[in-house]
Design a protein around this ligand. Structure first.
Ligand code: UDP
Ligand code: MG
Length: 325
């Protein structure tokens, strides 16, 4: 393959503050790659507007008029980062030899896209961008992220540590990814499951160029929880184990009270009674909660609801009207 068609997919949710700068930097890079004959001149940047409430979509449209290398996909409503990214990947897969996914906020060093391409040309189907230094993330975000990767490793989920969704996928890796039909998406857990030859490129993560994080704590926690429960049944086993343990403990406590009763030491027994009621009740609730979480997941999966709806697509259409300035 001489000059691959590259599409850079960028999910955007209320990103009007960063859009122009991101579009400028990415198109400058892409154009220079085209002039250097690294990629085909059919390459482009696909901004996926994930149901933004601000002017993101209008900005995408007007940028596309001036600079047709910038294209857009408008989703009918906000479906979240993972689904929006998947929408972009699915649409891009039809016209690209390889796809790079990146966030809109310029936190990830775009210059390594060149190295991604080199690795791709060396025969890697997946190239992971990995954050070398996270000094620009808050202390809280760094420690919770580290704890999360450790925990995932512990319970046997294969992840590339410190890799978010900044990566290159070849057409064939992408096609394999699109065969995963699950509703609860956790892309960074799915991609290592694809297989094929892969490689890692390290970079420094910068601060968000402008605007605020679209991942508040609540979304972050639910994302982490999805990551765990979509890939592992260890939490359910853990609950079973705890239940078993509490059974043994109560049997031992029972034996002890029996002996005490024979010796005539029986007191009111109120404390132990209350403690065991609460203890066992707590464990049961925990267990039911975790099982419920999995049942909820199954419920969502069996419905097979579509993950997104495309409202407008200016990527697939105007392929012919490409010009580079
Ligand atoms: N994003 C999205 N839909 C959402 C939330 C976020 O498409 O519902 C996009 C967002 O515009 C950005 C990327 O996902 O391009 C990552 O979000 P952000 O940078 O806010 O997350 P952080 O870097 O703080 O984890
Ligand atoms: Mg960010």
């Amino acid at each position: 393959m001489m000059k691959p068609v590259l599409t850079i997919v960028v999910p955007c949710f209320n990103e009007e503050e960063v859009f122009s700068e991101t579009a400028f930097q990415l198109s400058t890079l892409l154009k220079s790659l085209v002039t250097q004959n690294e990629i085909s001149n059919r390459s482009s940047i696909l901004f996926v507007d994930d149901g933004s409430k601000d002017h993101t979509w209008n900005l995408i449209l007007s940028e596309n008029k001036l600079n047709p290398i910038v294209k857009g996909l408008k989703l009918a409503r906000n479906v979240g980062h993972q689904n929006a990214l998947l929408a972009g990947l699915e649409v891009a897969s039809k016209q690209s030899d390889c796809v790079v996914s990146i966030d809109a906020d310029l936190q990830d060093d775009i210059s390594i896209i060149r190295i991604f391409l080199e690795k791709f040309k060396e025969g890697n189907d997946i190239v992971y961008g990995v954050r070398d230094c996270r000094n620009t993330d808050t202390y809280f975000k760094r420690t919770t992220a580290l704890g999360f990767y450790r925990f995932m490793e512990r319970i046997g989920i294969k992840l590339v540590p410190n890799h978010a969704d900044y990566r290159l996928l070849s057409k064939r890796a992408l096609n394999e990814l699109l065969k995963f039909k699950e509703t609860n998406l956790f892309l960074r857990g799915l991609i290592p499951l694809i297989g094929f030859q892969s490689s890692i490129v390290y970079y420094d993560r910068k601060e968000r160029f402008a605007g605020e994080s679209k991942y508040p704590l609540k979304k972050m926690l639910s994302f982490a929880f999805d990551g765990i429960t979509s890939f592992s049944v260890t939490p359910i086993r853990f609950v079973t184990f705890i239940g078993f343990l509490s059974l043994i403990i109560s049997a031992m406590a029972g034996g002890y009270s029996f002996v005490q009763a024979i010796l005539g030491n029986t007191k009111s027994g109120w404390t132990s009674l209350m403690i065991s009621i609460w203890f066992v009740g707590g464990i049961q609730l925990l267990g039911i909660g975790i099982i419920g979480e999995y049942i909820g997941k199954i419920y969502q999966e069996v419905k097979r609801r579509p993950k997104y709806a495309i409202e407008k697509d200016i990527y697939s259409k105007n392929e012919a009207n490409m010009s580079y300035r």
